[in-house]
Design a protein around this ligand. Structure first.
Ligand code: NDP
Ligand SMILES: O=C(O)C1=N[C@H](C(=O)O)C[C@H](O)C1
Length: 267
């Protein structure tokens, strides 16, 4: 199966090149970068630090519908709508990992999924997708009495906060408790604060150094607390998950699928 990349020179783009190189049944067929990127025409293997490979990076505007069977997109929210438009125009399935999408961009995703199959997940690791089930279970037992706080830590370059994964954890918990995350979320605290409102879900963010991605859901009552934590130590985990999703997606009907669907994790 031929897999193409948007944003091949990004942190995730580079490890996706490596993950595809390691895959037995999916191969990198096209690696796109911005038209004005210094990487246009340069070798993907050198970009990824894995030695020279057969493919060179190409300008995004030269991408053609016959270049790939499935595209993978880990870029930035500002480019998601044009990438989706291209995929719809070319009837191209796409795996999307970009986080920090606003309501308009999420609506564009829903609209595109009427025409093409899309996997969209804030996190492509197996552990985090299992965690989404575990936090639901914890919320159903402890959620009415415990204070719920979600903390996340990422590298200094990350551009969205809280992380997409933290938001997905919050949404899973809120959904389990019949709450609306839009009205019960509290993002950071500063200065004099009233006593904590038990119906809220708090979020706290750390940005530091080269942290790959860490998430904790804390359920704290008087006398005990439960913490469910996931720590990613390599981006290759996300990249291998995205390649797995691409293989799963090929041949599927149009629709919006999650990594829980890909992993069949309906626990
Ligand atoms: N779902 C998951 O499992 C994971 C999701 N992510 C998410 O993936 C996204 C990318 O992360 P990361 O790789 O660290 O980010 P980077 O900033 O390293 O990469 C972003 C990529 O997008 C490209 N890009 C940005 N704007 C444009 C544009 N207008 N036109 C064309 N290309 C563009 C960049 O190109 P250029 O360098 O030329 O600007 C670059 O290749 C983020 O949203 C992050 O949160 C990250 C890890 C795991
Ligand atoms: O930007 C990152 O690096 C990551 N982003 C995703 C998110 O926002 O949750 C997933 C992962 O934690 C790494």
């Amino acid at each position: 199966m031929k897999v193409g990349l948007f944003g091949a020179n990004g942190r995730m783009g580079r490890v996706l090149i490596e993950a595809l190189d390691l895959s037995d049944d999916a191969e990198l067929s096209v690696a796109t970068v911005r038209d004005d990127s210094p990487w246009v025409g340069l070798n993907v293997g050198e970009l990824a630090g894995i030695g020279k490979k057969e493919i060179d990076c190409s300008a995004l505007s030269s991408l053609s519908g016959s270049d790939a069977d499935v595209m993978i997109d880990f870029t930035l929210p500002s480019v998601i709508e044009s990438n989706l438009s291209w995929c719809v125009e070319n009837t191209m399935p796409v795996v999307i990992g970009t986080t920090g999408l606003n309501d308009e961009q999420l609506a564009a995703l829903d609209e595109a999924a009427k025409h093409i199959p899309i996997v969209f997940a804030a996190n492509y690791s197996v552990g985090v997708n299992l965690m989404l089930s575990l936090v639901r279970q914890a919320a159903s037992v402890l959620g009415e009495t415990a204070d719920i706080e979600i903390t996340e830590a990422h590298h200094r370059f990350k551009q969205d906060a809280p992380s997409g994964t933290a938001m997905a954890i919050g949404e899973a918990i809120a959904d389990e408790l019949g709450r609306d995350l839009k009205t019960c979320a509290v993002y950071g605290r500063e200065g004099k604060e009233p006593e904590r409102d038990q119906g809220t879900i708090g979020f706290a963010t750390v940005r530091a150094g080269d942290i790959v991605g860490e998430h904790t859901a804390l359920f704290a009552d008087i006398g005990e607390r439960l913490e469910i934590t996931h720590k990613a130590s390599s981006r290759l985990t996300f990249a291998k998950g995205a390649v797995h999703a691409a293989k799963w997606l090929y041949g599927k009907q149009p629709g919006l699928y999650s990594m829980v669907d890909v992993l069949n994790l309906k626990l």
